[in-house]
Design a protein around this ligand. Structure first.
Ligand code: UDX
Length: 436
C-alpha cells in the first residue's frame, strides 16, 4: 500500500521505516530539513537499535523516501500522523500545536477514501475535534495509538502486543478498520489482538496504559521510601510481590524513577484533561505519582551527600548515565541528568558519561562536564553514581576496576542494578534506593 507518515521523530521515523520493511511504499514527511536529509541517506537521526538497518534497506529498495514537502502525501491511501505533543510551556496540558498544524497542512492533499490514522498521544476528545478536517475531504479519521518503547521501537512497531484502532461508527469505520488491518498484515496474520473502538476509547487506552505504568513505578518507589525508614529491602519486596501473577515483577524496578518523552508529560496532560472534563478527582492520584517520582531524584542526591560526609562541594562525582533509560539516547526529562544537574548546583565537580546520549545531553545541559568514555569519568572520582542501567555499568564494570580508577569508595546505585555484596566486598560503601 502507499503510505505517508507525517512527523519523523522517535515515533514517525521508526513507523515509516517499519512500514517499508513490511512491504509498503512509504513517504515520511517532516518540517525539519536536517532530519529529512539524514533519513533520506538512510541515517537514523537518533539512536534506536535496529533502525539504521531497516532505514538503509528501505531507502535502498526505493520503497522509503523522506521529504519536507507535504504535497508528497497526495496519493497515499493511509496517512499516519505521528507528530509530538509536548507539555505546554506554562502548564500541564498537552501542546497540540504540531498536531493541529499537521492536520491543517495534510487536509489540502487528502483524497476521497483516504484514511488518516492519528498516532500522536493526545488528550481524549482530540480525534472527535479533528474528524471534520478529514471528512471534509471525503477521507476517514482513525485513531491508532502507539505503544512502542524506545530502545525496542522497531520490534514493538513490527510486532506489537496489541493494535488499537478508534474509528467512527458504521460502515465507514468498518472500512477504515479493514484498511488498517491490511496495513498491519504480518501482525494481524499472526493473531495479534486487533481492538476496534470509538475515538475516545482509543485515545484513553494510550494515556491510561501510560498512567498505569507510571503508577506501578511510583508504587514501588513509595515502598522504597518506607523501606528506607524501616531497614527493609525494596528489591526483595518487589521480587516477592512480583511472583503474584496478578501483580507481576515488570515495572517494579525501584530507583530514581521514570522520565523520557512520554510517561511524565502524559500523566500531567491526563490530569489536566480530566480537570477540564470536571473529573480531576478521578486521576488526582497521578499528582502523587508524579510527586513520588520527582522525590526519588532528590533522594539519590541526598545519598551522594551523605556518602561524602555531608557535602558534595568541590568533590568529583562520576555520573554514569544521561539517557532516561538504557538503549536510548533520549534525554528528555531524564532523571539521570536531573540528578547530575542537582549535584552540579550543589557545587560538585560532576562528570557525566553515557554510551549514546552525551551529544544530546551536552546540547540540553551545556553547563555540565562530559566524558565520552566511562573510565575517563571514573578517574579520580570521589563518588560514583549510576543513574542509567546500561550494561556497560551494570554488568561490565567490576567494582575492582572502578576502584582502580576512582579516588573515593562511595557508590550510589540509582537503579538498584549492581550486585551490592560484590561492591561491598571490594571495599565500596554501597548505597541503593530503598535498600539497607
Ligand atoms: C513508555 C511506554 O512503555 C510505552 O508503551 C509508551 O508508548 C511510551 O512510554 P518509554 O518512554 O520508551 O515507553 O520507556 P519505558 O520503558 O516505559 O520506561 C519509562 C521510564 O520508566 C524510564 O525512565 C525507565 O527507566 C523507568 N522505569 C521503568 C523505572 O524506573 N522502573 C521500572 O521498573 C521500569
Amino acid at each position: 500500500m502507499r503510505i505517508s507518515v507525517i512527523g519523523c521523530g522517535y515515533l514517525g521515523a521508526v513507523h515509516a521505516a517499519a512500514m517499508a520493511s513490511i512491504g509498503h511504499d512509504v513517504v515520511g514527511i517532516d518540517v525539519d530539513e536536517r532530519k529529512v536529509e539524514a533519513l533520506s541517506q538512510g541515517k537514523a537521526p537518533f539512536f534506536e537499535p535496529g533502525l539504521a538497518e531497516i532505514l538503509t534497506e528501505g531507502v535502498a529498495s526505493g520503497r522509503l523516501t523522506f521529504t519536507t514537502d507535504m504535497a508528497a502525501a497526495r496519493g497515499a491511501e493511509v496517512h499516519f500522523v505521528g507528530v509530538g505533543t509536548p507539555q505546554q510551556a506554562d502548564g500541564y496540558a498537552a501542546d497540540l500545536t504540531y498536531v493541529n498544524a499537521a492536520f491543517d497542512a495534510l487536509a489540502a492533499y487528502l483524497q476521497p477514501g483516504d484514511i488518516v490514522a492519528g498516532k500522536s498521544t493526545v488528550p481524549v476528545g482530540t480525534a472527535a475535534a479533528l474528524a471534520s478536517t478529514v471528512s471534509d475531504a471525503g477521507a476517514t479519521l482513525a485513531w491508532n495509538p502507539e505503544f512502542l518503547r524506545e530502545g525496542w521501537a522497531v520490534q514493538d512497531t513490527i510486532d506489537p502486543d496489541r493494535l488499537v484502532v478508534g474509528v467512527p461508527s458504521g460502515e465507514e469505520g468498518e472500512r477504515a478498520a479493514d484498511i488498517l488491518r491490511a496495513v498491519y498484515h504480518p501482525a494481524v496474520a499472526k493473531g495479534t489482538p486487533f481492538i476496534v473502538t470509538d475515538y475516545a476509547t482509543a485515545e484513553l487506552v494510550k494515556v491510561s496504559a501510560n498512567a498505569f505504568l507510571a503508577t506501578k513505578i511510583s508504587f514501588i518507589n513509595a515502598m522504597a521510601e518506607i523501606a528506607e525508614v524501616t531497614g527493609a529491602d525494596v528489591t526483595q519486596l518487589a521480587d516477592a510481590i512480583g511472583h503474584d501473577v496478578r501483580i507481576g515483577r515488570r515495572f517494579l524496578g525501584a530507583g530514581i524513577g521514570f522520565g523520557g518523552g512520554c510517561l511524565p508529560k502524559d500523566i500531567r496532560a491526563f490530569s489536566a484533561r480530566a480537570e477540564e472534563l470536571g473529573r480531576g478527582e478521578s486521576v488526582a492520584f497521578l499528582r502523587e505519582v508524579d510527586a513520588i517520582n520527582l522525590r526519588r531524584r532528590e533522594r539519590a542526591v541526598q545519598l551522594v551527600i551523605d556518602g561524602l560526609g555531608g557535602s558534595v562541594f568541590g568533590r568529583k562525582v562520576a555520573v554514569l548515565g544521561a539517557a532516561f533509560k538504557p538503549h536510548s539516547d533520549d534525554v528528555r526529562d531524564s532523571p539521570a541528568l536531573d540528578v547530575a544537574v542537582r549535584l552540579h548546583g550543589l557545587g560538585a565537580e560532576v562528570v557525566v558519561t553515557d554510551p549514546q546520549a552525551v551529544e544530546n545531553a551536552r546540547r540540553s545541559h551545556p553547563q555540565l562536564t562530559y566524558a565520552e568514555a566511562r573510565d575517563e569519568a571514573l578517574t579520580g572520582a570521589d563518588a560514583v553514581v549510576i543513574v542509567t542501567e546500561w550494561d556497560e555499568y551494570r554488568r561490565e564494570l567490576s567494582p575492582e576496576h572502578a576502584a582502580s580508577l576512582a579516588r573515593g569508595r562511595v557508590v550510589v546505585d540509582g537503579r538498584n542494578c549492581l550486585n551490592a555484596s560484590a561492591w561491598r566486598e571490594a571495599g565500596w560503601s554501597y548505597h541503593g534506593m530503598g535498600r539497607p
